[in-house]
Ligand binder design. Structure first.
Ligand code: PHE
Length: 465
């Protein structure tokens, strides 16, 4: 069985290539999971799919399928002890399983390309909250505010100059964090930022729970109408669970290669999943009472409008508008940056290991093309709006390619590898090489072999119908 930290010419790992503390390890992994998908896609999906019924299915999917798939990715990373390609190579030398890891590297890089843009929008909104210009319009009716904030979105997101500048700023910030390496960069940053994120979320929960129609909002979110559970709702909930837990992106494989040998994988994955769900649920507790209280329900909460139009409308009606706005965009930025860092790390670790380069050289090589690619993506709503791939602009094309095809394929490949391709890996990793008693291996293996692949194939098919 390949051991960790084996140093050969292909896998020159620096000394700090392990997380130092358990808390840091959890903070980094939860930091990756809690991103824009958890904070903003989740409430939007919940609203579109009937509220509490969706929440229920989402929680079930996260525990029954998300946890086992996460455990399989952790097993590959810690068992292989390398990046997402190297881990497969070490565990199955001479076999083509590493292709799954290679798809993960490409997918994560492509996600990085467009996620930088969204990070950039968040930065712009933070900036305009600080200067106060976001609230200059002074509209007082809902319709007036609607057009005011749609106008702002147009100005900050859909014009050529500002989005490119803020996208580049995000690339530089992420590069700076990544340059610190695993312990001094990723772990330290996550350990500082994740508690901040939780505190900010609690503050927002306190505010929205004191709003006049908090009860109605919570009812929509928490009292399930079981008749709303349709096959589409289940498939959407499953897709959301996979995305919000960062499955199929190579992130969990890469981060697990930094886990110490005594990390308990089952406990870690349950903790990460629970904390991610708590954040998602807190976000629902923030959004739905606010949306009910301010009569914003008919807008729908879809995509970008939720954070860039609906929420500013809420803040505009709260006392202390600017403060809440600043705090919210700080929260969003924290969520975005901890996820961006994790997604870039997949390619960075792969290139660093494969080429034996220094961290600095690796990051320059990886991030330099992003200046061009992400900027082009930032322009896909303005200057490059006419550049279409299969009818989609650049941003949408990358989003669709990665989410609909590549991520499910990687997640599926990971399950097949652990379930069928690498006998003994799961048991070894769950028991930390025989030193822990495990009662769950049988049931987890059953899910990883049969149930999870069937569910992922269903998502793949339904995404492409
Ligand atoms: N779980 C993350 C999210 O909710 C997924 C992700 C991670 C996306 C890293 C992009 C980058 O946003």
């Amino acid at each position: 069985m390949p051991k960790k930290n084996v140093s050969n010419s292909q896998n020159k790992m620096s000394d700090d290539v392990q997380f130092k503390s358990k808390i840091g390890l959890i903070a980094a992994t939860v930091g990756s999971a809690v991103g824009l998908g958890t904070i903003w896609r989740f409430p939007a999906e919940t609203q579109a799919n009937g509220g509490a019924a969706f929440l229920l299915v989402y929680v079930l999917c996260a525990f029954l399928l998300g946890v086992p798939v996460m455990i399989s990715e952790f097993s590959i990373g810690r068992g292989g002890g390398s990046d997402s390609v190297g881990s497969f190579r070490r565990l199955a030398p001479g076999k083509p399983w590493w292709v799954i890891g290679a798809v993960a590297v490409v997918a994560s890089y492509l996600i990085g390309v467009f996620y930088m843009v969204v990070g950039g929008w968040t930065l712009s909104y933070l900036w305009h909250s600080i200067t106060g210009s976001l609230y200059d319009g002074g509209a007082s009716t809902i319709a007036g505010m609607d057009s005011q904030f749609q106008g702002c979105m147009h100005q900050y997101v859909m014009t050529p100059v500002e989005p490119v500048i803020s996208t580049i700023a995000i690339i530089v910030i992420s590069g700076g964090i990544l340059l610190g390496g695993v312990q001094k960069g990723i772990e330290r940053m996550s350990s500082l930022m994740m508690p901040l994120l939780f505190v900010l979320m609690l503050a927002f929960c306190a505010v929205t729970l004191s709003l006049p129609k908090a009860k109605e909002g919570l009812e929509f979110f928490f009292s399930p109408d079981f008749s709303k559970i349709t096959p589409t709702v289940v498939i959407n909930a499953l897709g959301q669970a996979m995305f919000s837990l960062s499955l199929g992106m190579g992130i969990l494989i890469t981060y697990a290669s930094y886990f110490p040998a005594d990390t308990k994988l089952t406990r870690t994955s349950v903790t990460v999943t629970s904390m991610t769900l708590v954040v998602a649920i807190m976000m629902g507790v923030i959004i739905f009472p606010a949306v009910e209280s301010f009569g914003l329900t008919e807008h729908g909460l879809s995509g970008t409008t939720l954070v860039f139009v609906t929420l500013p409308e809420v803040f505009a009606q709260l006392p202390g508008t600017q403060l809440w706005s600043i705090l919210f965009f700080v929260l969003l930025l924290v969520a975005a940056v901890t996820s961006i860092v994790s997604i870039v790390e997949v390619a960075a670790r792969f290139v660093q290991n494969a080429m034996g380069w220094t961290r600095l050289r690796t990051l320059i090589t990886i991030l330099a093309p992003l200046f061009v690619l992400s900027s082009a993506c930032a322009l896909s709503f303005s200057t490059l709006a006419d550049v279409k791939i299969c009818g989609l602009n650049l941003f949408e094309a990358l989003d669709t390619l990665t989410n609909n095809y590549m991520l499910p394929l990687v997640a599926l490949g990971g399950c097949l590898f652990v379930g069928w391709g690498c006998p003994g890996l799961l048991r070894r990793e769950l028991s930390n090489n025989g030193s822990l008693r495990t009662r769950m291996t049988g049931i987890l293996m059953f899910i990883i072999r049969y149930i999870a692949p069937a569910a992922i194939v269903t998502i793949l098919i339904s995404n492409n119908l």
